[in-house]
Design a protein around this ligand. Structure first.
Ligand code: FMN
Length: 204
């Protein structure tokens, strides 16, 4: 059984393009593999707790803290990591907000990058511990960043790639609709390009 974790992070609800594209990706993969088990998580609707000093210390210490809300946060954080680790495929709806990703998506990622679980420090530097996982990002953005000099301002796709590659993900794909704030014609073309990218994705 192949497991897919579907994440959305746009704050724009029904109006969101990244939500539409991530849903189309999941529908495409599911259509070709009806046995696909899909778990959905909307990090904008239910934001993961921010890391705090107390949280970080408790997680590293491995002992249940006294404080009940901290215990709850730790349990939630563990669930997020387990969900990620048990998925074969992760599809992420990720709009560009202020040159980066939505804060809620960053917060989710902060629960995935965990020393000893998803990466280790070795004599050769950081080693990713996540193997055999496929990550597909549905990227949307108002401007165009696919070439110099604008690409230097892309801390969205570039950031996501850095995170997942550094924790060991080798199979990292992006379906992109960009320039969607630059008028109707550009938006339509961007959506068409993304749809072609979705059709070209290999089956799950
Ligand atoms: C809060 C906010 C910040 C944004 N910041 C940027 C930005 O820095 N660069 C950009 O090109 N587009 C920016 N945009 C435009 C979005 O990336 C674009 O509208 C995209 O489609 C949003 O995806 P969504 O429809 O799934 O929310 C921003 C939009 C919002 C709502």
């Amino acid at each position: 059984m192949t497991r897919l974790l579907h994440i959305d992070s746009s704050i724009l609800g029904e109006q969101s393009l990244s939500r539409r594209l991530s849903a189309d990706i999941v529908a495409k993969l599911r259509g070709e593999n009806p046995g696909l088990e899909v778990v959905y998580r909307d990090v904008a609707a239910t934001p993961p707790p921010h890391l705090s000093g107390a949280y970080f210390a408790a997680r590293a210490g491995g002992e249940a803290p006294f404080d009940q809300s901290l215990r709850d946060d730790l349990a939630r954080g563990e669930r997020l990591l387990d969900e990620f680790l048990s998925a074969d495929i992760v599809v992420i709806g990720a709009p560009m907000y202020n040159f980066s990703v939505p804060a809620q998506l960053k917060s989710w990622i902060d629960h995935l990058v965990v020393l000893g679980k998803t990466f280790a420090y070795t004599a050769n530097g950081i080693e990713g511990l996540v193997h055999g996982k496929r990550v597909i990002v549905a990227s949307t953005r108002g401007g165009i960043y696919n070439a110099a000099p604008r690409e230097a301002h892309d801390h969205q796709e570039a950031y996501l790639r850095s995170v997942f590659v550094n924790i060991g993900v080798k199979d990292f794909e992006v379906v992109r609709a960009e320039g969607i704030g630059l008028g109707e014609a550009q938006k339509n073309e961007a959506v068409e390009t993304a749809r072609r990218g979705i059709s070209a994705l290999r089956a799950a």
